[in-house]
Design a protein around this ligand. Structure first.
Ligand code: MG
Length: 297
């Protein structure tokens, strides 16, 4: 198997890159979200939200039970929720957690219908890419805990597949994420959007954001995050994040997913040192480091 030959250090280094990249995006994107003067500046307090918290709750469930189980991940979400460790929750996730709290089954509490097409499943799916033998069905089960919607699941699948590609160094060699996704995905609105973005891959981030504003709708946010991550070939991580803030929309989640992808491809090497230092001062950093140190692929 391809990954069995990798040192576990490499997997850990990339997982830490993914989590730190996600946390940087969550913190910076969260601070500037809805701030329409949207000029990046330093000197604000970094805080994390549900994007990072639910990703870590997923890591914890996988680590503690040594498997990818939706039942266990749902239990972990509920534990974090009951301990009041989740902030900035989207409406679908909140609905699911409240129903889990009164004994609802993980497969039944997620929101269905059009309002279930948020990006709340995609933003927290990352840990699955760092486990062997994960199937599409696992990605789907973990998604539907909060979002029982096909586009939300396909959004999560896009992030999962992009991260696997990055971990496998296929992004470094091919410099593409969108093209292989188009070939592998079923016909969905997300795939349609990816096809549009692939045709316009000469656009810069701000032009693309004007054409396809990244809202909380998974079709708007996931393909855009991947489009932005691909720009790391020619632009700095800092430039990418600052452009995403200028574009606006659901910036904490968009910046977080882009950060996860770039961190999985390169570890922390593409991140500004001062941003990495800020991330290391976040309250959840010790949790992150602890989970990574014990992680088994
Ligand atoms: Mg958030």
């Amino acid at each position: 198997m391809l990954f069995s030959r990798r040192t576990s250090n490499k997997i850990k280094e990339r997982l830490l890159g993914c989590l730190i990249g996600g946390a940087i995006g969550d913190s910076i994107g969260g601070y500037f979200e809805g701030n329409y003067s949207n000029q990046y500046h330093e000197g604000f307090r970094w805080t994390l939200s549900d994007d990072t918290q639910l990703t870590l709750a997923t890591c914890e469930a996988i680590y503690n039970t040594k498997k990818v189980s939706a039942e266990q991940v749902a239990k972990s979400f509920l534990k974090w929720f009951n301990e009041r460790r989740l902030t900035g929750l989207g409406s679908s996730t909140l609905k699911a957690l409240r129903e889990l709290q009164v004994g609802g089954h993980w497969a039944l509490v997620g929101r269905s219908g059009e309002y279930g097409a948020g990006n709340g499943a995609a933003m927290r799916i990352a840990p699955l890419a760092f486990k062997s033998s994960v199937s599409r069905l696992d990605v789907q089960d973990i998604s539907i805990i909060t979002h029982k919607n096909d586009e939300a699941y396909i959004g999560a699948l896009c992030i999962y597949k992009s991260l696997v590609r990055c971990l496998n160094d296929e992004f470094i060699t091919s410099q593409s994420l969108i093209k292989p996704l188009i070939e592998e995905l079923p016909d969905t609105r997300i795939r349609d959007r990816l096809i549009e973005l692939e045709k316009r891959n000469d656009l810069d981030i701000e032009e693309c954001g004007k054409l396809f504003p990244p809202s909380g709708y998974v079709v708007d946010s996931v393909p855009f995050s991947i489009f932005c991550a691909e720009k790391i070939v020619t632009r700095s991580f800092r430039d990418i994040i600052i452009s995403q803030i200028k574009v606006g929309g659901d910036t904490d989640t968009v910046c977080s997913m882009t950060g996860q992808i770039i961190g999985t491809a390169f570890g922390v090497e593409k991140f500004d040192e001062e941003w990495v230092d800020k991330a290391k001062n976040l309250n959840l950093y010790p949790t992150m480091e602890n989970l990574v140190s014990k992680w088994k692929y």
